[in-house]
Design a binder for this molecule. Structure first.
Ligand SMILES: Nc1cc(-c2ccc3ccn(Cc4ccccc4)c3c2)n[nH]1
Length: 243
């Protein structure tokens, strides 16, 4: 089934990279349709304004609700009916954390719409209205501040689309990943390839031994060492199926 992704932003050119590499191939193979919409197409004044001063005062500008309403209407009107409610993802610093679990959940959606804000954010009535017409997800990319939602949307789209069957060439490469079920939240072990000697640096001998048991043990040990050092919080999730 074809997954459709629509993005709405005042910088639609941010999404041109999606047409490159893996995602580009998925689009060429008809597995994925990506359309980027310019929010200013839904303004009607001479200055094509999308922002105004905030009620209640404060610094910065807030994105006006009308252009967003018309942009979202236009997406809903283009849907084949009867349709399931499309998913609307709104990247925001105040959102629920975007995790691999959220990516897997969203990878099952038929139609994803990303509303990318700028300035101090979007008039909250847009989210209130959208909650009635979409399955709304306000998501944060992480605990750092960006200038807008586009970079967050690009990252989320990549994390989601690579989980869609057929998009990634080799599905095996998805199995043993950080944050995936099989690694149970452990970080990746170090990887090596030829040449076995490089600038005087060797590859760990066990990896050249052909002893797959020893290789697995070495990798498990390195994962645990690296996770304990960098992400002890992931180890606290002592799950019953991890000794
Ligand atoms: N994880 C994450 C998401 C964002 C994000 C998403 C959308 C928007 C729209 C405007 N801004 C700028 C902004 C900065 C701080 C406070 C309010 C607005 C955005 C930031 N930053 N960090």
């Amino acid at each position: 089934s074809v997954m459709r992704i629509d993005t709405i932003s005042i910088f639609p050119e941010y999404f041109a990279p999606l047409h490159l590499s893996l995602i580009g191939k998925a689009i060429d193979h008809g597995l994925l349709e990506v359309s980027s919409h310019d929010l200013r197409e839904f303004t009607h004044d001479r200055h094509r304004s999308v922002d105004d001063t905030p009620y209640g005062g404060g610094a910065g500008m807030v994105m006006k609700p009308e252009p967003w309403g018309e942009a979202l209407d236009s997406i809903l009107e283009q849907l084949p009916s009867p349709r399931r409610r499309p998913v609307l993802v709104v990247p925001t610093p105040s959102g629920r954390p975007f995790t691999q679990h959220a990516a897997a959940e969203l990878a099952g959606a038929e139609h994803l719409v990303f509303a990318c804000g700028r300035y101090e954010g979007i008039d909250h009535r847009v989210l209130d209205w959208a909650d009635e017409h979409f399955e709304l997800h306000e998501l944060s990319l992480g605990d750092y501040v960006l200038n807008g939602g586009e970079v967050a949307a690009l990252a989320m789209i990549e994390a989601i689309v690579r989980l869609v069957p057929g998009v990634i060439g080799n599905p095996d490469s998805l199995v043993e990943e950080s944050y995936s079920a099989s690694t149970r939240g452990m970080l990746e072990y170090p990887v090596y390839t030829k040449p076995s000697q490089w600038r005087g640096l060797e590859v760990p001998g066990v990896l050249l031994s052909g002893d797959h048991g020893a290789v697995d043990a070495w990798r498990a040990l390195r994962s645990r060492e690296i996770t304990a050092a960098r992400r002890p919080d992931l180890l606290d999730q002592e799950s019953p199926d991890r000794p």
